[in-house]
Design a protein. Structure first.
Length: 335
């Protein structure tokens, strides 16, 4: 571990989870959202050279925080408001507090679908009306929703993507009714009501699909609604777009991607994309990568696409964690 700082919450979580033992850590993971599992699991995977003093410090901090937590009334609205305001500031907290408190009173089972394999989810919802399927998918983690979408037959998939792209929200009563049905089937947990549909949601889902499915969906959308299709394409971020983000962002991505995956991903990439990565590496590392690419034999395009998508997932994860923005350079406005 390059550095363990009391301010690095993910590293602290990772050290704590590694200290708990397999059974206890697994029990904790059961109570986290899919996104939280991804973040903490990623931090655990990058831990190295953790000293005994690091572990002792994290455990002692956890003990003190646990003591303080037990001294408050768990679930108190005032406590939640105070914590969020302290963590986010008045302006940011104000927009979240009411939604969080309301959601806690209306826990539902959509999020449980994030923990079920995509085949089972597709089988569960494939006979539902396309609008219901769209409503469910916009509330799921993007990668899980995309995997489910890919398993639907082509006609249904195209219909659902169109509905996601034009999705403007759902009446609370309808969402509650859908929630009750899912709860009966799954006995699930609370859903994240903040994730809604729209052009961005459709673009994010399509980004996770295979290239062939992606092309087919976009082509179908162009036939149905050319303007909407173009808006979705404009929101999509593909591997070649990585040349348009800041060099510091490329450097962060490189720290999270192994050399083998990068070599395969760059095998089918334009020279400009290769140069973007090599310029952000040491001269020696860039030269070794260049030699690996030259020595590499033919690779199936499916492997190249898989490697590129895995790197894109790293980029999106880092962007969602606030490490950088995936906005293309030159697109930002200044005031």
């Amino acid at each position: 571990m390059a550095s363990t700082s009391p301010d690095n919450h993910l590293q602290r979580c990772a050290i704590l989870m590694m200290s708990l033992g397999e059974d206890a850590a697994a029990e904790v993971f059961r109570h986290l959202s899919a996104r939280e599992v991804q973040l903490v699991g990623g931090a655990m995977a990058t831990l190295s050279q953790v000293t005994r003093s690091d572990v002792d410090k994290v455990l002692e901090d956890f003990r003190q925080e646990a003591d303080q937590f037990m001294a408050v009334t768990v679930g108190s609205d005032d406590y939640i408001r105070s914590v969020l305001t302290k963590a986010l500031g008045n302006d940011r907290a104000a927009g979240l507090i009411e939604d969080i408190l309301e959601a806690s009173d209306n826990a539902n089972g959509i999020d449980a679908l994030n923990w079920i394999d995509a085949n089972s989810v597709a089988e569960l919802i494939s006979d539902e009306h396309p609008q219901i399927i769209a409503t469910i998918l916009v509330h799921l983690e993007r990668d899980r929703a995309s995997a489910v979408l890919a398993l639907l037959d082509e006609r249904l998939r195209n219909d659902v993507v169109l509905r996601i792209a034009t999705f403007g929200g759902v009446q609370p009563s309808a969402l509650h009714e859908l929630t009750d049905v899912l709860n009966d089937m799954l006995s699930g947990q609370g859903a994240k009501r903040s994730k809604m549909g729209g052009v961005r949601a459709a673009a994010e889902l399509i980004n996770y699909m295979s290239s062939s499915d992606e092309d087919a969906v976009v082509a179908n959308l162009r036939e149905l609604d050319p303007d909407l299709a173009q808006r979705i394409v404009d929101e999509m971020f593909v591997f070649d777009n990585l040349v348009e983000i800041e060099p510091s962002a490329i450097q962060l991505i490189l720290k999270e991607v192994d050399t083998a995956t990068l070599t395969i991903a760059l095998k089918g990439a334009p020279e400009e994309v290769r140069d973007t990565f090599m310029k952000n590496m040491s001269n020696r590392a860039a030269e070794m990568l260049r030699e690996d690419l030259e020595a590499q034999g033919p690779i199936r395009m499916s492997r190249v696409e898989e490697a590129q998508k895995s790197i894109l997932q790293v980029a999106r994860r880092l962007a969602e964690a606030g490490q950088f923005s995936l906005s293309r350079r030159g697109d930002d406005e200044y005031v």
